[in-house]
Design a protein around this ligand. Structure first.
Ligand SMILES: [Zn+2]
Ligand SMILES: [Zn+2]
Length: 350
């Protein structure tokens, strides 16, 4: 099974997508190409949409580099990676067909240097960050990954019954008074939601993916495998119906919060009865979104730093190194013990 690559049209060296210029560049001869130039040379890939995925053979996961022929091993969900021997892009068009053909993509807008700078800023002030995260060789491993997301549009009709209270206090010469009024409120609302993103790959932690939102969907472009040049890419591996359930929960929660936030001038507000009717619109799409990611193993756990490849918003769950933490405090404690002992000796001498 072979993989595809986009090569420089004039010198055949590797091409990579440059987030700064939004063009494909050749680092060897300096040429740069637009999407139109590449489509002229390599065709449009329009057929990917309608073709069924070809079932892969027993050598599933083994591919040959189009450039040097070396074997490239990848997961069955990986759709783009590199050849470790020659650095060529390896894009598996076979895995981007039919239901796995993304309709849109937000191309990277930030560079690897931006991601490294963000990581350095993130670890600034974190005294006890494990050495694994400060090792420059590990930091170099920050990779740009296109993560599969489904974005949903839906309408939510909400009907809420809310018990609310309003409490007033006053005093006279003899007593302090507290008066609580109880109210039964009823609210109806329709809320329209656009582009609720849900991460479709189990490989990536959902909390991290939620934290680097929002993406600006104005930048969505029609998908072409050429955008994957120079990046890693994954395809979804979860049940699409389950994904909509996640989007639905988010829409309902947001809708409830919005309704409650419009009820002001009450002390407490408790929802006593609720009914939501969610209608999914047909405009939902399978898209690839850009994320810079650094995964580091520490004490048998994987910790992640992630940056939104479009907006630069970043987040991490990097742990503190307990050994470093105790060394630091024992250092301060023993330091102050020495100073105290010195002072005691000094006082005794006087
Ligand atoms: Zn070139
Ligand atoms: Zn190769």
């Amino acid at each position: 099974m072979n993989v595809s690559d986009y090569k420089c049209i004039s010198c055949s060296a590797n091409l990579r997508f440059n987030p700064q210029t939004q063009k494909w560049v050749c680092d060897y001869c300096g040429a740069s190409y637009t999407k139109k130039d590449l489509e002229k040379a390599y065709g449009t890939d329009d057929n990917l949409k309608n073709e069924n995925e070809i079932k892969l053979d027993a050598n599933y996961g083994c591919y040959n580099c189009p450039n040097c022929g070396a074997e490239i091993i990848m997961d069955d969900t990986t759709t783009a990676t590199f050849c470790v021997y020659c650095g060529s892009n390896a894009i598996v068009k076979n895995k981007l067909k039919g239901e796995f053909n993304p309709s849109k993509i937000i191309p990277f807008k930030t560079t690897k240097d931006d991601a490294i700078a963000a990581f350095k800023q993130y670890k600034k002030g974190k005294l006890f960050i494990p050495n694994e995260f400060t090792n420059p060789q590990n930091i170099e491993k920050i990779s740009g990954i296109y993560i599969p997301f489904f974005i949903y549009d839906c309408d939510v009709e909400s009907d809420l019954h809310i018990k609310a209270t309003r409490t007033t206090h006053w005093s006279d010469f003899s007593y302090n008074y507290t008066k609580t009024d109880y109210y039964n409120l009823h609210r109806n609302a329709s809320t329209h939601f656009e582009n609720i993103p849900v991460d479709g790959a189990t490989k990536f932690p959902d909390d991290i993916m939620n934290s680097i939102e929002p993406f600006n969907y104005k930048d969505l472009q029609d998908f072409s495998p050429s955008y994957l040049s120079g990046f890693l890419s994954e395809r979804y591996n979860v049940d699409i119906n389950e994904l909509f359930e996640i989007a639905k929960k988010r829409a309902i929660k947001t809708s409830e919060d919005e309704i409650i936030s419009t009820i002001t001038s009450y002390g407490t507000k408790t929802i006593t009865n609720k009914n939501h009717n969610v209608k999914k619109n047909d405009t939902s799409e399978y898209v690839l979104l850009p994320v810079w990611m650094l995964n580091v193993k520490f004490n048998d756990n994987i910790y992640t730093f992630a940056m939104n490849g479009q907006t630069g918003k970043f987040v991490g769950n990097v742990p503190i190194d307990k050994k470093k933490f105790w060394k630091y405090w024992i250092g301060i404690f023993s330091g102050s013990l020495i100073i105290t002992s010195l002072l005691v000796i000094l006082f005794n001498l006087l």
